[in-house]
Ligand binder design. Sequence first.
Ligand code: SF4
Length: 340
Amino acid sequence: MSSFPLLFDLGARRPTTRDVADLVKSGGTAALTEAERRADAATYQEVTCRSALNPVKGMPFNWTLNPYRGCTHGCHYCFARRYHVQFEMNADDEFASVILVKKNFVDVLARELDRPAWTHEHVAFGTATDPYQPIEGHYKLTRHAIAALARARTPIGLITKGPMVVRDRDVLGDLTRAAGCTVYMSVPTVDEDAWRTLEPGTAHPLQRLRAVRELVDAGVNAGVLMAPVVPGFSSSRAKIERTIKAIADHGARFVGCNVMYLQDGTRTHFLKFIAREFPAMLPRFEKLYTKKYPPDWYRKEIQAMVKVLQGRYGVTRREEAEKTPEPVEAAEPEQVGFAW
Ligand code: SF4
């Protein structure tokens, strides 16, 4: 991989994501003739990035970091699917099988963090792709980026479904001591059918929970996001209860939850997937998702159920862990009955 041939003749540099998008637009992904197809059947295209820290607006954080684009975990509900369209690729198979690797990511990040103007603001790591998808084992971009963030005393929150994060507990520990670090392990459900169906490229949910335990044991602030709960697949009370119990049993420092939302390319992909694999469920999804989010009553019902169960199993709510306290319930509310 070190002597990676160029995608097309650009002199001594690798193509940018824009170059890749232009080429794919004219010739499809088949035009990425020099990209490398690896044993996992995905194609990896090295690119040059001009910046690593990405400014964002309207979020609880102002900066994001994503060393890769596309994700071989291939979750059908993934909100980041729609971003692949920026590269003239589709939000279906190409999102999970054509991965862009920002080869110079760590050098660019280190330069940005060295700037006197850098204010050491909190950075969200892994917002558009999983930083611990399998190819990270080869490139180690995430690992070296965390080390650079520790040197620059810049705090992060990192979200992943990859147990490989345990490999980096040493640098995560360094960052924890230098500036602060929270790892959000995404485990939407421990239900095996839902996992196999919705997250075809990810590690088993219990393997992810064991990774949480190992991080916590190593002194890293690690918890779980049930992100997302998918109506009809992982939304029953029994499945949510089993998941929260497993999260508590593995020593997670906190748990959060959100309900799936569907937007743009992600919406198109997910509804196509349902129509193909579970046609009987399609009318219910179409009814529930007339907009990007399901109706308020639905989300509130899920959140209420999760809140009851968090209390029952004694696992801290994410909001409390992030120090935005809410009134504590004096007594457990009525059991919430929920079917779909
Ligand atoms: S692991 Fe995360 S980024 Fe990757 S496909 Fe699943 S939801 Fe998307």
